[in-house]
Design a protein around this ligand. Structure first.
Ligand code: 5GP
Ligand code: MG
Length: 172
Protein backbone atom coordinates (compact mmCIF):
# COMPACT_ATOMS: atom_id res chain seq x y z
CA UNK A 1 0.00 0.00 0.00
CA UNK A 2 1.40 3.39 -0.94
CA UNK A 3 -0.58 5.15 1.73
CA UNK A 4 -0.82 4.65 5.45
CA UNK A 5 -4.35 5.96 6.00
CA UNK A 6 -6.89 8.24 4.37
CA UNK A 7 -6.92 11.64 6.09
CA UNK A 8 -9.60 13.40 4.03
CA UNK A 9 -12.20 11.56 1.97
CA UNK A 10 -13.48 12.65 -1.44
CA UNK A 11 -16.78 13.65 0.20
CA UNK A 12 -15.00 15.81 2.77
CA UNK A 13 -12.95 17.43 -0.01
CA UNK A 14 -16.10 18.24 -1.99
CA UNK A 15 -17.75 19.78 1.08
CA UNK A 16 -14.62 21.82 1.82
CA UNK A 17 -14.45 23.11 -1.76
CA UNK A 18 -18.14 24.11 -1.56
CA UNK A 19 -17.58 26.01 1.69
CA UNK A 20 -14.48 27.80 0.36
CA UNK A 21 -16.28 28.78 -2.85
CA UNK A 22 -19.17 30.20 -0.83
CA UNK A 23 -16.74 32.24 1.31
CA UNK A 24 -14.93 33.55 -1.76
CA UNK A 25 -18.16 34.40 -3.60
CA UNK A 26 -19.29 36.26 -0.51
CA UNK A 27 -16.07 38.20 -0.06
CA UNK A 28 -15.61 39.29 -3.68
CA UNK A 29 -19.30 40.03 -4.23
CA UNK A 30 -19.14 39.69 -8.00
CA UNK A 31 -15.84 41.52 -8.54
CA UNK A 32 -13.68 39.80 -11.17
CA UNK A 33 -10.63 38.00 -9.90
CA UNK A 34 -7.43 36.51 -11.22
CA UNK A 35 -6.72 33.07 -9.81
CA UNK A 36 -2.97 32.55 -9.54
CA UNK A 37 -2.63 28.78 -9.36
CA UNK A 38 0.59 27.34 -7.97
CA UNK A 39 1.56 24.30 -10.01
CA UNK A 40 1.49 21.39 -9.92
CA UNK A 41 0.01 20.60 -6.54
CA UNK A 42 -2.90 23.07 -6.55
CA UNK A 43 -4.18 22.35 -10.06
CA UNK A 44 -6.77 19.75 -9.09
CA UNK A 45 -8.07 21.78 -6.14
CA UNK A 46 -8.22 24.94 -8.28
CA UNK A 47 -10.09 23.15 -11.08
CA UNK A 48 -12.82 22.07 -8.64
CA UNK A 49 -12.93 25.38 -6.79
CA UNK A 50 -13.13 27.64 -9.84
CA UNK A 51 -16.15 25.73 -11.17
CA UNK A 52 -18.04 26.97 -8.12
CA UNK A 53 -17.12 30.63 -8.31
CA UNK A 54 -19.77 33.07 -9.42
CA UNK A 55 -17.61 36.00 -10.61
CA UNK A 56 -15.59 36.28 -13.84
CA UNK A 57 -12.31 34.45 -13.19
CA UNK A 58 -9.11 34.69 -15.17
CA UNK A 59 -6.53 31.96 -14.60
CA UNK A 60 -2.80 32.39 -14.29
CA UNK A 61 -0.33 29.65 -13.50
CA UNK A 62 2.99 29.74 -11.78
CA UNK A 63 5.34 26.84 -11.42
CA UNK A 64 7.23 26.86 -8.17
CA UNK A 65 9.77 24.34 -7.12
CA UNK A 66 10.52 23.94 -3.46
CA UNK A 67 10.34 20.21 -2.91
CA UNK A 68 12.58 17.36 -3.99
CA UNK A 69 11.14 14.19 -2.46
CA UNK A 70 10.05 15.12 1.05
CA UNK A 71 12.95 17.42 1.90
CA UNK A 72 12.15 21.14 1.97
CA UNK A 73 14.47 23.04 -0.34
CA UNK A 74 14.81 26.50 -1.77
CA UNK A 75 11.84 28.19 -3.38
CA UNK A 76 12.41 28.99 -7.04
CA UNK A 77 10.24 31.37 -9.04
CA UNK A 78 11.07 31.62 -12.72
CA UNK A 79 10.89 35.30 -13.59
CA UNK A 80 8.16 35.79 -16.16
CA UNK A 81 7.70 39.43 -17.05
CA UNK A 82 4.55 38.77 -19.10
CA UNK A 83 2.88 37.17 -16.10
CA UNK A 84 4.01 40.02 -13.85
CA UNK A 85 2.51 42.54 -16.29
CA UNK A 86 -0.75 40.61 -16.47
CA UNK A 87 -1.25 40.73 -12.68
CA UNK A 88 -0.96 44.51 -12.52
CA UNK A 89 -4.12 46.13 -11.14
CA UNK A 90 -5.89 42.77 -10.68
CA UNK A 91 -7.62 41.25 -7.65
CA UNK A 92 -5.32 38.26 -7.31
CA UNK A 93 -6.40 35.14 -5.44
CA UNK A 94 -3.41 32.87 -4.84
CA UNK A 95 -4.45 29.21 -4.82
CA UNK A 96 -2.09 26.69 -3.25
CA UNK A 97 -2.28 23.15 -1.92
CA UNK A 98 -0.43 23.22 1.41
CA UNK A 99 0.82 25.76 3.90
CA UNK A 100 3.72 23.85 5.41
CA UNK A 101 6.84 25.83 6.35
CA UNK A 102 5.28 28.89 4.72
CA UNK A 103 8.42 29.62 2.70
CA UNK A 104 6.72 29.14 -0.65
CA UNK A 105 3.81 31.45 0.07
CA UNK A 106 5.82 34.15 1.78
CA UNK A 107 8.33 34.18 -1.07
CA UNK A 108 5.50 34.30 -3.59
CA UNK A 109 3.71 37.14 -1.80
CA UNK A 110 6.92 39.18 -1.87
CA UNK A 111 7.28 38.48 -5.58
CA UNK A 112 3.63 39.46 -6.14
CA UNK A 113 4.22 42.80 -4.49
CA UNK A 114 6.41 43.94 -7.37
CA UNK A 115 3.63 43.01 -9.83
CA UNK A 116 1.45 45.82 -8.37
CA UNK A 117 -1.82 43.90 -8.13
CA UNK A 118 -4.89 45.75 -6.87
CA UNK A 119 -5.40 43.23 -4.06
CA UNK A 120 -3.99 39.88 -2.98
CA UNK A 121 -5.74 37.14 -1.04
CA UNK A 122 -4.73 33.55 -0.38
CA UNK A 123 -6.75 30.36 -0.61
CA UNK A 124 -5.04 27.19 0.58
CA UNK A 125 -6.54 23.72 0.82
CA UNK A 126 -4.46 22.39 3.71
CA UNK A 127 -2.49 23.79 6.60
CA UNK A 128 -0.05 21.58 8.44
CA UNK A 129 -0.54 21.76 12.16
CA UNK A 130 3.02 22.90 12.92
CA UNK A 131 4.77 26.15 13.84
CA UNK A 132 5.51 27.70 10.43
CA UNK A 133 8.95 29.14 9.61
CA UNK A 134 7.28 32.04 7.80
CA UNK A 135 3.88 33.18 8.94
CA UNK A 136 1.43 33.94 6.14
CA UNK A 137 -2.17 35.15 6.27
CA UNK A 138 -4.48 32.55 4.75
CA UNK A 139 -7.74 34.28 3.84
CA UNK A 140 -9.57 31.11 2.83
CA UNK A 141 -8.39 27.88 4.45
CA UNK A 142 -9.71 24.38 3.75
CA UNK A 143 -8.57 22.09 6.55
CA UNK A 144 -5.74 21.42 8.94
CA UNK A 145 -3.73 18.21 8.67
CA UNK A 146 -1.17 16.69 11.04
CA UNK A 147 2.54 16.99 10.30
CA UNK A 148 2.80 14.06 7.89
CA UNK A 149 3.59 13.87 4.17
CA UNK A 150 0.31 13.83 2.27
CA UNK A 151 -0.50 12.65 -1.25
CA UNK A 152 -3.54 12.65 -3.51
CA UNK A 153 -6.03 15.17 -4.92
CA UNK A 154 -3.25 16.70 -7.04
CA UNK A 155 -0.46 16.32 -4.53
CA UNK A 156 2.43 14.05 -5.39
CA UNK A 157 5.35 12.16 -4.05
CA UNK A 158 8.07 12.38 -6.70
CA UNK A 159 5.51 12.88 -9.46
CA UNK A 160 3.18 10.04 -8.41
CA UNK A 161 -0.18 9.59 -6.67
CA UNK A 162 -1.72 12.88 -7.80
CA UNK A 163 -4.69 10.94 -9.18
CA UNK A 164 -5.90 9.59 -5.81
CA UNK A 165 -9.39 11.11 -5.28
CA UNK A 166 -8.75 11.58 -1.54
CA UNK A 167 -5.90 12.83 0.61
CA UNK A 168 -3.80 10.22 2.36
CA UNK A 169 -0.69 9.95 4.46
CA UNK A 170 2.23 8.52 2.50
CA UNK A 171 3.54 5.23 3.85
CA UNK A 172 7.02 5.41 5.39
P1 5GP B 1 6.12 25.28 2.27
O1 5GP B 1 6.93 26.24 1.45
O2 5GP B 1 4.96 25.91 2.98
O3 5GP B 1 6.98 24.48 3.20
O4 5GP B 1 5.60 24.16 1.31
C1 5GP B 1 4.78 24.45 0.35
C2 5GP B 1 4.73 23.45 -0.76
O5 5GP B 1 5.43 22.22 -0.49
C3 5GP B 1 3.29 23.07 -0.92
O6 5GP B 1 2.65 24.00 -1.77
C4 5GP B 1 3.40 21.71 -1.52
O7 5GP B 1 3.52 21.82 -2.91
C5 5GP B 1 4.68 21.13 -0.93
N1 5GP B 1 4.35 20.28 0.23
C6 5GP B 1 4.45 20.60 1.53
N2 5GP B 1 4.05 19.58 2.31
C7 5GP B 1 3.67 18.60 1.47
C8 5GP B 1 3.12 17.28 1.67
O8 5GP B 1 2.88 16.80 2.78
N3 5GP B 1 2.84 16.58 0.54
C9 5GP B 1 3.06 17.06 -0.70
N4 5GP B 1 2.74 16.28 -1.73
N5 5GP B 1 3.56 18.29 -0.94
C10 5GP B 1 3.87 19.05 0.15
MG1 MG C 1 2.51 23.75 -3.80
Amino acid sequence: MVYERVLITAEQLAATVDRLAAEINDRYAGRPLTALILLEGARCFADDLLLKLAMPVERAFLKLSSYAGTAAGTVIINPDTRLQQSLKGKNVLVIDDIYDTGRTLSHLLEWLDICSPRSVKTCVLLEKDIPHDESVTIDFLGMQVPDVFVIGYGMDYDGRYRELPFIAELSP
